[in-house]
Ligand binder design. Structure first.
Ligand code: PRP
Ligand code: URA
Length: 208
């Protein structure tokens, strides 16, 4: 799994435990998820190129840095929305596009229902946000969609990935780097990640 970075961090390990726990209430779930998202944003940002700029302190002129390319966050609706706030706090000038994909409950295939994104995808670093990478169908369709509209540099950020989803992405989009907080064992017969955390959208938004 050469495109995959699993972030090794004790704070993530603790918070993944909260997320997995079926007793965790929505507000605790959202808080734990947000704490992980800050760390994910920090790891993903290691890919950003910087350009030197001049900055004048109260004492002298020195070298500063700015991020070279625009950053576009693309949450996959609906569960991907849960990662946006923390990423925006870490990257305040980021633009946000949205892709609406819903997995068909019988075929597990993603069905598209919404798309709106900034036009300069081709000159930007595009970060797809989705807490769950299960079969990889949604992520693959999202990457395909964004490439079709010009995106050239795409990074994917997840909370929990299944090996099946990572393999699918590596096959369909070998150029896309994947960052995840947790690599789980497998998918079950309903294409849910196990041990996982259940349905990320339902647990975030209280629609169980
Ligand atoms: C979930 C999740 C991913 C997708 C992952 O969304 O947020 O988008 O499933 O599964 P895959 O890798 O097999 O495609 P879901 O379709 O349940 O929609 P929701 O975000 O509206 O709950
Ligand atoms: N979507 C989820 O929310 N959870 C899974 O385990 C798989 C897909």
């Amino acid at each position: 799994m050469k495109n995959l970075t699993v972030i090794d961090n004790p704070l993530i390990k603790r918070d993944i435990t909260y997320l997995r726990d079926e007793e965790t209430k929505e507000y605790q779930f959202r808080l734990a998820l947000k704490r992980i998202a800050y760390i994910l944003a920090s790891e993903v940002s290691k890919n950003f190129n910087v350009t030197e700029v001049e900055v004048k302190t109260p004492l002298e002129i020195t070298v500063g840095h700015k991020i070279t390319k625009d950053i576009i966050l693309v949450p996959i609706l609906r569960a991907g929305l849960s990662l946006v706030e923390a990423f925006i706090e870490m990257i305040p000038y980021a633009k946000v596009g949205h892709i609406g994909l819903q997995r068909d409950e019988k075929t597990f295939q993603p069905v598209e229902y919404y798309y709106k994104a900034p036009k300069n995808l081709g000159e930007s670093t595009v970060i797809i946000l989705d807490p769950m990478l299960a079969t990889g169908g949604s992520a693959s369709v999202a990457a395909e969609f964004l490439k079709g509209r010009g995106a050239r540099e795409i990074i994917m950020a997840n909370l929990i990935a299944a090996p099946e989803g990572v393999s699918r992405m590596e096959q369909d989009h070998p150029d896309v780097k994947i960052y995840t907080a947790q690599l789980d064992r497998a998918l079950n017969e309903n294409a849910y990640i196990v041990p996982g955390l259940g349905d990320a959208g339902d647990r975030t938004f209280g629609t169980l």
